[in-house]
Write a protein that binds this ligand. Structure first.
Ligand code: OOB
Length: 547
């Protein structure tokens, strides 16, 4: 990390190493070891394509050599925006083998988000699909490249599939193939010293609260521990088969324990191209899946489809649900329907992961969001003045520990308020802690809408709403919703008649904003109510919308 990037103190680092949490091994080196130890075991399955651990290790060499051939170097940042396909994993490990830094983008991101990620991380390359969900990502990249200009950081666009007519776009397969030939290939560990395991391994995107979303620096040491701790809680071993249903770029899917935790245990990762229960259940039957993870809006669909009785889900042992609040009755129905144990997961890209345990009583599993993955996760629940409250009382969750960030990437000003002076991250989540250590999420004090697990930063959307010619003031609030848990309502002050939700969605899309950020509903108001200190009173607006 750069000198100005806040990080753990020497004393804390020494403690985390002594405890065995930080093992001093990079992801590139881990895959090399796994490639030898589990050589012939199946590591990755995508449709009819399968990679053993030895294959995956060799692919990482080829991708790394191909990237190096392009001019991508150790330490360079590369935005990864791929849907659920094996290439996500191949590109990720190729970057790790090279010592470059993947920046996780979501498939739904558009030019605004991707441009922001490239600028903020100074990314030299992006890896994208040709088309996904009928959207042309090559066009998106062409727009981003044009907007950044010839002096921008972005030098390469790698396309999984057909690179199209765009000048200089490189097909991912050509990269893999060229990486298998030539004098510089394959990259071997002896080509250059392994990167620092305490250094930057990847960048995750925060849900965002103030202005544009922030990047979260994760190190090899901390992220590997995140995955390993979760794998331990889920009792993963070489027989485990993980089904990746949610987007691979999501921290939950990738490392809680997800892809990385499964690969670190010598198990098999199966990729689902979409989250429908039909697609997933066919894969569960075919591959003997033992673990998967869902967001709450998927739960009723999975429960109903399982109840149809036409599937053999006997291999499935654990279903994780997280990312947003899971209604208790949905939790109670899911387990029996699937014949699997339910595990609630309350995590954040910033670090801290809470999980219910496999041997927790059903009431705990259905009514709490679990307890920290690590014995060295430190939790404080505090009142508005920052004073700890007794167990059972709601307060803001503050946390620090061996895999929770100490500062966002290149965000000095924001870091001054996002952390306490002694390094606790202010999560913005309101929780109650039970004497068992389990947390119940009861609310949020951050200005964000959680729409079924997708995080919508209110301020970012409000600023974009103001670019509509009719809108003079706007406030985005979350209100309870049967399907999404929460939906977004934009209260707007307008000259003349307010635009409808469709028109607003089209306007925001034309501005390059991801579709999931478009308000579900537009409500015209004569003025926005203010609190005593003159801020927009979002609580009052939310109450108005609830009726
Ligand atoms: C996960 O990560 P992010 O970074 O997309 O979002 C984190 C935020 C939390 O601060 C909390 O506000 C909310 O999402 N959240 C939940 C929740 N899990 C996350 N709120 C209520 N109940 C839950 N179970 O969302 C994430 C990362 C890793 C594992 C699981 C989820």
């Amino acid at each position: 990390m750069t000198e100005t990037q806040p990080t753990w103190s020497e004393a804390e680092s020494a403690r985390y190493r002594a405890a065995g949490h930080w093992q001093g091994v990079t992801f590139g080196a881990r895959l090399r070891q796994a490639g030898a130890e589990h050589a012939q075991r199946v590591a990755l399955v995508d449709g009819d394509r399968r990679w053993t651990y030895a294959d995956l290790d060799a692919e990482a060499d080829r991708v790394a050599a191909g990237l190096r051939g392009l001019g991508v170097e150790r330490g360079d940042r590369v935005v990864l925006q791929l849907p659920n396909c094996a290439e996500f994993v191949l590109a990720w490990f190729g970057l790790q083998r090279l010592g470059a830094v993947p920046v996780h983008a979501m498939p739904g991101h558009r030019s605004r988000e991707i441009g922001h990620l490239v600028r903020l991380s100074d990314a030299v390359a992006c890896v994208v699909p040709d088309l996904h969900a009928r959207f042309d990502h090559r066009r998106l990249m062409s727009d981003v490249r044009a907007e950044l200009g010839p002096d921008g950081p972005l030098r390469h666009v790698v396309v999984v599939g057909d690179p199209g007519p765009y000048d200089g776009f490189v097909p991912f397969d050509a990269l893999r193939e060229s990486g298998g030939r030539g004098p510089s290939a394959p990259v071997s560990d002896s080509d250059s010293a392994d990167p620092d395991p305490g250094g930057l391994a990847l960048l995750l995107l925060s849900g965002g609260t103030t202005g544009l979303p922030k990047l979260i620096p994760r190190t090899h040491d901390d992220y590997a521990y995140n995955a390993r701790a979760c794998a331990g809680v889920c009792a993963l071993d070489t027989r485990s088969v993980y089904l990746a249903v949610l987007p691979l770029g999501f921290n939950f899917t990738f490392a809680c324990p997800g892809v990385l935790g499964t690969l670190m245990a010598g198990g098999t990762v199966v990729i689902a191209p979409d989250p429908s229960p039909q697609t997933a259940f066919a894969l569960i039957e075919r591959e003997g899946v033992t673990l998967t993870s869902l967001t709450p809006p998927l739960v009723p669909h999975w429960t109903d489809e399982a109840a149809s009785g036409s599937w053999d889900l006997g291999s499935l042992a654990v279903v994780q649900v997280g990312g947003a609040r899971l209604p208790e009755d949905h939790a109670r129905r899911l387990g029996p329907a699937l014949g699997a144990r339910v595990q609630q997961v309350f995590g954040m890209a910033e670090g801290l992961i809470n999980l219910t345990r496999l041997d927790d009583a059903e009431d705990l599993v259905c009514t709490t969001q679990g307890r920290p993955a690590s014995p060295d996760d430190e939790i404080l629940v505090v009142d508005a003045g920052g004073r700890p409250v007794p167990d059972g009382t709601a307060g803001e969750l503050l946390t620090r520990g061996p895999y929770t960030l100490r500062g966002y990437y290149r965000a000095e000003a924001h870091n001054r308020t996002a952390f306490t002076p002694d390094g606790y991250y202010r999560s913005g989540d309101v929780v109650r802690r039970l004497p068992s250590g389990h947390l119940v999420v009861v609310g949020r004090i951050k200005d964000q809408i959680n729409r079924g697990g997708e995080k919508i930063p209110a301020v970012e959307v409000e600023e974009e709403l103001l670019t509509h010619p009719a809108v003079t003031a706007a406030a985005l609030v979350g209100v309870p919703d049967e399907r999404w848990g929460e939906r977004s309502v934009a209260f707007v002050v307008c000259t003349g008649t307010a635009p409808g939700a469709r028109e607003v969605a089209a306007h925001l899309a034309s501005r390059g904003l991801a579709g999931y950020k478009a308000p579900d509903e537009i409500v015209q108001v004569p003025g926005l109510p203010l609190t005593a200190v003159g801020k927009v009173d979002k609580a009052a607006l939310a109450r108005r919308s609830e009726g």
